[in-house]
Design a protein around this ligand. Structure first.
Ligand SMILES: *Cc1c(COP(=O)(O)O)cnc(C)c1O
Length: 495
C-alpha cells in the first residue's frame, strides 16, 4: 500500500511515510486507499487478544512489514501495560461505556501508539535502507513527550529530543519528562505555548538548511508527533477492539452502530476513529469534545477554522490546549474529496491569514459524521464530581471534558439510542491536583499529596510509574526562547 501527501506532491511506501513523518510539501501522509475489514474478519477478530487485534489492523496498512514481526512487536509493547487488558471497557450505565486507554507506562493514551512506534520506525529504516542515526524531534503539550521518551529510551541508532512549552504542562508532566532516564534522550523547555513550540519544531522539519546541518552530523530527522502515520495506525486498533468487546459482552449485535466521544486536541485520536469507520467498522456519531480552547467546536458547527483573534487558554486539561489541530488536515483532505491543491491552499490560508472556510456541502458532510461541543472548566469539575458521587468512578480532567460533552450530546440527541463509548485518555493520578479539587473542593500544593488523597478517597490503585517519580533526580533544566531550539539540537548531537 502506498501513502500520498494531503498536499499532492508525494507518494511513498508505508515505511517511508513512517520514517519521514511529514511529506516534503508540508502535507501529511494518508493511505492511498483505505483498507477494509470485512464482517467475516470482524468475526475472526472476536477471538483475538488485544495485541493480535492491533497487529491485524496494522498489517492492513503496513503491507511491507512482516506480519509475525508486527505481532511480536505488539505483544511486547502491550505487555508493558498494567493489568491483563491494555484497553479495558468499563460499563458506567446502560448503553454508556468508558474505554480506558491509560494503563501504559506513562498513564496516558499516547502509550497505545508510542510503545509501538520505535519498532515501526526501526523496521521502517531497515526497509527503506537508511544508514544514518535517527533523531526523533517532539513538540509536546505534555503527554506525547513523556510517552515518546519512554518508548525510545536507549533504542539503538536513535536519539530523541523533546521540546515542551515552559508554562504549558502540568507539574506532574514536567516532572515525568525532566526525570527521564536513558543515554539517548534530551528534554528542553521553550518559552511560549504549545502552538509556539509545535511551530518551531515544524519549521525545523521544513528547513533544508537544518536538514543539511544534521546530515553533516550523520543524522536524519523523524517525528513521533501525532502527524506521523505510525502514531495514527495503532490508535485505529482500539476502536475495533472496543467494538468487539461490546459484542463479546453481549451489549450489541454484530453490525450495530456505536458512537464514540473523544477528548480532542490535535485531532489524532478522533481521526483514528474516523479511519476505523472508513475501514468498515460500524461507527455512528463521533463526538468531538474540546475544552475552553474550542476552535474545533466552532469549526464543526460553523465551517470556518479560525485562529485569528482567538485567545489561547491554559486549562486543567493541558494536553488539549491547542489552537492548531494538525491532524485535522487529514480529515479536511477527505472532506474535499481528496482535493490536494485545495487542501494545500487552505493550509496556506491558515498559516498566512489564520483562517480557512469549507463549503456548505462539506460542512453538511462533516456534521453527519461529527457532533462537537466544549466543556468549561466549571463544567469539567462538576462532571468529575458528579460521576464520582453517583457511581464512584474517578476520571481525569481530559476524560471529564469528554464526559461533559457526551452528556450534552445525550441531552440534545435524545432519539439517538446507539451505545456510546467515551474514550478516557489519562489516569486521574496524572493530574492529581485538579482531580482532587474536582472530587473534594480541596487544593493541595504538592502533586504527591494529591495522589495520596485521591488514593484514600477512591481506593484506586496508584500506578507505579507515578509514585516512583518522587525519588528520581531531575536531569533536565534547560529553558530557551523558541528561536534557539535548533541550537539546542546541535548541542545535543555534539561533534
Ligand atoms: C494528547 C491527549 C489528548 C488529545 O489527543 P489528540 O490526539 O491530540 O486529539 C487528550 N487527552 C490526553 C490525556 C492526551 O494526552
Amino acid at each position: 500500500m502506498y501513502f500520498i501527501s494531503t498536499r499532492g506532491e508525494e507518494r511513498v511506501t508505508a515505511a517511508q511515510a513512517i520514517v519521514q513523518g511529514l511529506a516534503k510539501d508540508g502535507g501529511l501522509f494518508v493511505p492511498e486507499v483505505f483498507p477494509t475489514v470485512s464482517r467475516e474478519e470482524l468475526e475472526e477478530m472476536l477471538g483475538m487478544s488485544y495485541a493480535e487485534r492491533a497487529a491485524f489492523v496494522l498489517s492492513k496498512y503496513l503491507e511491507e512489514y512482516d506480519k509475525d514481526g508486527l505481532l511480536a512487536a505488539c505483544e511486547k509493547a502491550y505487555a508493558k501495560f498494567e493489568g491483563s487488558d491494555p484497553a479495558p471497557l468499563v460499563k458506567i450505565s446502560d448503553g454508556v461505556y468508558i474505554l480506558e486507554l491509560f494503563h501504559g507506562p506513562t498513564c496516558a493514551f499516547k502509550d497505545m501508539a508510542l510503545t509501538l512506534l520505535p519498532y515501526l520506525l526501526r523496521t521502517g529504516c531497515d526497509l527503506v535502507g537508511i544508514k544514518e542515526q535517527i533523531l526523533i524531534l517532539v513538540a509536546t503539550s505534555g503527554d506525547t513527550g513523556k510517552a515518546a521518551l519512554e518508548g525510545f529510551k536507549d533504542a539503538d541508532g536513535v536519539k530523541i529530543m523533546v521540546f515542551y512549552p515552559d508554562d504549558g504542562v502540568s507539574k506532574m508532566q514536567k516532572l515525568q519528562m525532566c526525570t527521564q532516564e536513558g543515554e539517548n534522550v534530551n528534554v528542553v523547555a521553550v518559552k511560549g505555548n504549545f502552538d509556539d513550540c509545535q511551530t518551531a519544531v515544524k519549521k525545523i522539519f521544513n528547513s533544508e538548511e537544518c536538514k543539511e546541518a544534521l546530515l553533516s552530523k550523520n543524522t536524519r530527522l523523524s517525528s513521533a508527533n501525532s502527524i506521523n502515520f505510525g502514531r495514527l495506525a495503532p490508535q485505529i486498533a482500539y476502536y475495533f477492539s472496543a467494538y468487539l468487546d461490546l459484542i463479546s459482552a453481549g451489549q450489541i449485535e454484530m453490525g450495530e452502530e456505536v458512537n464514540f466521544t473523544v477528548p480532542t486536541g490535535n485531532f489524532g485520536n478522533i481521526l483514528a476513529a474516523y479511519y476505523a469507520k472508513k475501514m468498515g467498522l460500524p461507527v455512528g456519531k463521533l463526538v468531538c469534545a474540546s475544552n475552553k480552547n474550542n476552535v474545533l467546536t466552532d469549526f464543526i458547527r460553523g465551517g470556518e477554522y479560525r485562529i485569528v483573534g482567538r485567545q489561547f487558554h491554559k486549562t486543567m486539561s493541558p494536553s488539549m490546549d491547542i489552537l492548531i489541530s494538525s491532524n485535522l488536515e487529514r480529515f479536511v483532505f477527505e472532506l474535499s474529496g481528496r482535493d490536494a491543491p485545495l487542501t494545500a491552499e487552505r493550509m496556506k490560508s491558515l498559516s498566512e491569514r489564520g483562517t480557512y472556510t469549507i463549503s456548505p456541502k462539506e460542512k453538511e458532510e462533516m456534521q453527519r459524521e461529527f457532533f462537537a461541543g466544549f466543556s468549561s472548566e466549571d463544567d469539567t469539575v462538576e462532571t468529575i464530581y458528579d460521576l464520582f458521587t453517583e457511581i464512584g468512578y474517578p476520571m481525569d480532567t481530559h476524560t471529564g471534558v469528554a464526559m461533559s460533552v457526551a452528556r450534552e450530546y445525550f441531552e440534545k440527541e435524545k432519539d439517538d439510542k446507539r451505545n456510546m463509548v467515551i474514550v478516557s485518555t489519562a489516569s486521574p493520578y496524572k493530574f492529581p491536583q485538579d482531580v482532587l479539587y474536582a472530587l473534594t473542593g480541596n487544593d493541595v500544593k504538592d502533586s504527591f499529596k494529591g495522589i495520596k488523597r485521591i488514593n484514600v478517597l477512591t481506593a484506586m490503585k496508584i500506578p507505579k510509574s507515578l509514585s516512583g517519580l518522587r525519588d528520581k533526580p531531575v536531569r533536565f533544566k534547560t529553558s530557551v526562547p523558541v528561536s534557539k531550539a535548533f541550537d539546542e539540537i546541535l548541542n545535543f548531537l555534539g561533534d
